[in-house]
Ligand binder design. Sequence first.
Ligand code: SAM
Ligand code: SF4
Length: 332
Amino acid sequence: MASPILFDNHGRPLNYLRLAVTDRCNLRCFYCMPEEGIAYLPKKELLTFEEIERLVTLLAAMGISKVRLTGGEPFVRTDLMKLIRRIVSIEGINDVHITTNGILTGPFIDELKALGIASVNLSLDTLDAQRFFKITRRNEFDKTWNTLQRLVQSNIPVKLNAVVMEDKNTEDILPMVELTRNQNISVRFIEEMPFNGEGSHYPKLNWTYKRILDHIRSAYPEIQKIEDPKNATANHYSIPGFRGNIGIIAAFSRTFCGSCNRLRITAQGTLKTCLYDDGVLDIKKLVRSGKTDEEIKQELLFAFAHRPKDGFEAEAHRHKKSISESMSTIGG
Ligand code: SAM
Ligand code: SF4
């Protein structure tokens, strides 16, 4: 049977769910959390595995076919592999992806491969252990680096995510481009957004996607634009002769909203239909109030029919005017 197709009020198909399975994390990345961390949710406030399975099953029947598990650090959630096994077996879910900092991921790579995980996005903002420590406030570079090597060896498609931060890691941009010379990986440079638990770090973002591209082009004038996968947030490039490719994500400039196919469920069980909204539906409350699947479906459909057209409209309609929540609760 063909999968149903779900559309929003702007005619954009919705088929991709990003699910934050925890807000807890073993790093304290500068762009994501304050050094002292954030007030974590009590465990009972996280959706249980049963609740997640029910929601994903319901969304799959409505048209969601791709799920990304994120967090917080997803592998910090006890028994994460049990949840992954359940999600990959849900009818209609064709692709399961994971975003991780890689620190605890190593022991699970063989099973992830066996389960057919579609790709792993590994967050690594620098190739230098000292800068890694300064950015993440933890001394864990080697574990993330080893996970990268093991993922590449296992042939699980890997994307490296690097948030570009003024005065923190811009010297890493070109060495990270070099990683794509001999390895078939995608290195993605992300504009820094103000989701860091404190509010914007800068009066104006200086390292925009344009500046990142100009910087790469100054060293590799032969860089070429290549075709972007459907609904991609990144603009993709490659350097002739290199095995991998480069993505640049205008996460703050928001150039990709016109084809956005994403829904998010945050660690506290809130639905977001745009990264820049501050939550449009308390799904956990719905699930715990004894509503039927049909009643939950109607509430979801209402939310999908009132999606902002882009991140600027979503930001303008926020209840809390300024952005200060941590990406660790949203999931990226
Ligand atoms: N802990 C996992 C990790 O770091 O990969 C998953 C959660 S993390 C919140 C998901 C993604 O969001 C990471 O790739 C991270 O780099 C990105 N991210 C977090 N805060 C960000 C910010 N303020 N601006 C841009 N990207 C951010
Ligand atoms: Fe943790 Fe990921 Fe946030 Fe870094 S970006 S603090 S690894 S949740």
